[in-house]
Design a protein. Structure first.
Ligand SMILES: Cc1cc2nc3c(=O)[nH]c(=O)nc-3n(C[C@H](O)[C@H](O)[C@H](O)COP(=O)(O)OP(=O)(O)OC[C@H]3O[C@@H](n4cnc5c(N)ncnc54)[C@H](O)[C@@H]3O)c2cc1C
Length: 271
């Protein structure tokens, strides 16, 4: 823990600062730290927008690489911790300038996008965000990895009420979700995680029970694919229904409902 202030110096509360240095390992670092937090660029926000007292700050200052520049279009790809001043120093001798520069150039690209900063030419060119063609977003709320976030969408239907939730989201870790359906029957989902590659795939094996009678054993693979706009989630399940139960169609329907609930939970967290 160390004290961190923002530009206004209104406070200097202790924070757990985690330095991010490899853009391909951001999601893995978040998972390893085991908690949620907020990103912190150069801390030039006036108020407390870049602070998380007693909590985690993901410092992006080590994510300072320029990735590609197209001299014909002026399009630049860079990491979130690149400072606007450094872009200007490099690009202006080449005949290019950022279209939007706030009152200080000592802000990061990530901070400029997150606060959608403006410059003195706001009435002519709009805000910083209007000139961003594409960005890669790593979420820290762990829709799959945090028990709290997962409880917002991984739930039964038609009057189902959770009775127990346990999640140890690590390779070898176990997840158990027990709940009572509207009909009174008790369902139990009992999973073991076999592979977790952040932002790429999750592989787990799960048993389902109804009133403690085993009904199926399944191998599930969740894959995340980055698309030009958004991302794609692919679920592949191989299941065996045991003698007491045969309902592959019902399982597919239930999985679709879960995906709808996941989408709604993500929408709620954005709005
Ligand atoms: C002297 C001065 C003049 C200024 N003039 C202007 C002005 O003219 N116009 C204007 O609009 N603003 C202005 N500002 C405000 C400043 O431009 C913004 O607060 C800017 O967002 C700060 O960037 P930062 O890198 O320091 O981000 P921080 O202050 O560290 O963070 C700002 C916010 O962005 C989030 N964030 C940072 N990096 C990321 C990331 N990689 N991913 C997701 N979220 C992230 C943080 O969580 C936080 O909510 C000025 C500030 C100062 C000190």
């Amino acid at each position: 823990m160390r004290p961190v202030s923002s530009w206004g110096r209104l406070s200097a509360d202790p924070h757990q600062v985690i330095e991010l240095t490899d853009r391909d390992r951001v999601a893995a670092e978040m998972l390893r730290a085991g908690g949620t937090g907020i990103a912190h660029g150069l801390g030039k926000s006036y108020g407390d927008a870049s602070l998380n007292p007693q909590g985690i700050l993901w410092s992006t200052r080590g994510l300072d690489r320029l990735i590609a520049f197209d001299a014909a279009t002026g399009r630049l790809a860079c990491e979130a911790g690149v400072v606007l001043r450094d872009i200007q120093r490099l690009m202006m001798p080449r005949g290019w300038s950022l279209p939007v520069v706030p009152g200080t150039q000592l802000v990061t690209v990530g901070g400029a996008i997150a606060n959608d900063v403006h410059g003195k030419n706001h009435h002519l060119v709009g805000t910083f965000g209007e000139h961003v063609c594409r960005l890669r977003l790593v979420r820290s709320d762990g829709a799959w990895s945090s028990a709290e976030a997962k409880s917002h969408w991984f739930a039964g239907h038609e009057g189902w009420k959770a009775q127990l939730r346990e999640l140890d989201f690590r390779v070898g870790g176990r997840e158990q979700v027990i709940g009572r359906k509207g009909s009174g029957a008790v369902s139990r989902f009992d999973a073991r995680y076999h592979e977790i590659v952040p932002n790429e795939r999750i592989v787990y094996v799960y048993d389902m029970y109804l009133d403690e009678v085993p009904i199926s054993v399944s191998l599930a693979t969740i894959e995340f694919n980055e698309l030009t706009r958004g991302s794609q989630l692919v679920i592949t399940e191989q299941g065996v229904f045991l003698d007491s139960y045969q309902d592959a169609r019902g399982r597919e329907h239930g999985t679709n409902l879960l995906m709808d609930q996941l989408e709604q939970a993500l929408q709620r967290s954005i709005n």
